[in-house]
Ligand binder design. Structure first.
Ligand SMILES: O=C(O)C(=O)C[C@@H](O)[C@H](O)[C@H](O)COP(=O)(O)O
Length: 376
């Protein structure tokens, strides 16, 4: 990561050879987006994909920025929320891009959070067998996780992100100013993914977060540092295992349980948003590791205490409304993309910052654990 001049963005490179790209993190990037895109991709036209909430606050400024850089653009605005990651809205985006007669070398831009980014990236990956794609993440979660690394896709009734492909963006512009208007619940949800990097393999970062999380929430240098550290962690893992044949699965810490819970509430964001599912999932992953004598119960309690301190849910009991029973939750887990020849794979841990990939985890152990932790 380059050391930035005071008003320059932090730059993190995702080192993927001839598909390497920059993540720029800093203030004022929505206003500068047109210039940043045009300097890397001259002569293009663009389709901007966004959602109703983001459109209300940022679409005008973003469109103006493209226009002033000479990039003709069309925009498509989708409903906000996880349920938008569907075949129906994929079709809407594909139609908008084709109706605008964009060519393969033109650009589809995701202006929004993780839902918009995942859906837009998927559309860009399949239209004309792969168009260029730029991520302008407007949520904390998208800035520290989903806009980086090229996982794109949609949800189905069988489970989360079950249809999609790997399609890398050509540029990620993370404007830290847009986080100032993010609802607290959304900010916290993104924070769960920041904490995840500490829990995977950066125990010092986790300790730093325990001491400094209030500053991360208030903004300024601590926030930028946490975002940059997260992007650097993710970029390193993605560069060495782009297609998740090994280590990249570590980024799924908390997601095996978390995705099952999101599926269990039918992606109802009033009950559970993705980052909250990840927070509960990370606590469960640590508790499950302790139950299997892989880590100390003190470590599991430490993780739970920190996530609770920042105001994240840490147990299934905190999800409003009834949940399906443990057998049904296990059925969702069995649809997880890490399952191989029917064997369940979890990201477990030997302690804070010591996560590892556990293949062939017995379903009977998972079921007993889910029953013990189920609120019903
Ligand atoms: O980029 C990755 O790899 C991740 O696993 C990051 C996750 O935080 C992210 O939510 C991802 O989309 C989940 O991937 P999935 O393969 O479990 O759907």
């Amino acid at each position: 990561m380059d050391a930035p001049a005071p008003d320059q963005p932090v730059r993190v490179e995702v080192g993927l050879g001839d598909r390497a790209y920059d993540i720029l993190i800093g203030s004022g990037l929505v206003a500068r987006a047109g210039a940043e895109i045009a300097s890397r991709m001259p002569g293009i036209r663009a389709a901007i994909v966004t959602d109703e909430n983001v459109a209300a606050t940022h679409l005008e400024a973003f469109s103006a920025s493209l226009e002033s850089a000479g990039i003709p653009a069309t925009a498509v605005t989708l409903p906000a929320g996880e349920r938008t990651k569907s075949f129906e809205h994929l079709q809407q985006v594909v139609d908008a891009v084709l109706d605008a007669r964009l060519e393969r070398r033109d650009v589809v831009v995701a202006l929004g959070g993780g839902v918009v980014g995942d859906l837009t990236g998927f559309a860009a990956g399949i239209v004309r067998r792969g168009m260029r794609f730029v991520q302008v993440p407007t949520s904390l979660l998208a800035q520290v996780d989903s806009s980086v690394g090229g996982k794109t896709g949609i949800n189905t009734s069988q489970g989360k992100n079950l249809v999609g492909l790997f399609h890398q963006p050509g540029l990620v512009l993370a404007d830290t100013d847009v986080l100032d208007t993010l609802p607290l619940r959304e900010f916290r949800a993104g924070y769960a993914e920041i904490a995840k990097y500490g829990l995977i393999d950066r125990p010092d970062f986790f300790s730093w977060l325990e001491a400094n999380w209030r500053d991360v929430f208030s903004g300024g240098a601590a926030r930028t540092r946490a975002i940059a550290e997260s992007c650097r962690s993710k970029a390193e893992i993605v560069a060495r295992d782009e297609f998740e044949t090994g280590d990249r699965a570590l980024l799924n810490l908390g997601h095996t349980f978390g995705h099952a819970l999101e599926s269990a509430v039918a992606y109802d964001g009033t009950r559970l948003v993705h980052g909250e599912g990840v927070a509960i999932g990370m606590v469960l992953a640590h508790r499950f590791s302790a139950r299997l004598n892989q880590c100390s119960p003190d470590d599991a309690r430490r993780v739970e205490a920190h996530l609770k301190a920042v105001g994240l849910p840490t147990s299934m009991a905190e999800i409003p409304g009834a949940l399906p029973d443990a057998d049904r939750l296990l059925a969702y887990i069995a649809q997880d993309k890490k399952v191989s020849r029917g064997a369940l794979t979890f990201i477990l841990t030997h302690g804070v910052g010591q996560s590892y990939i556990a293949r062939d985890v017995p379903a009977s152990e998972v079921l007993s654990f889910l029953r013990e932790n189920h609120p019903g």
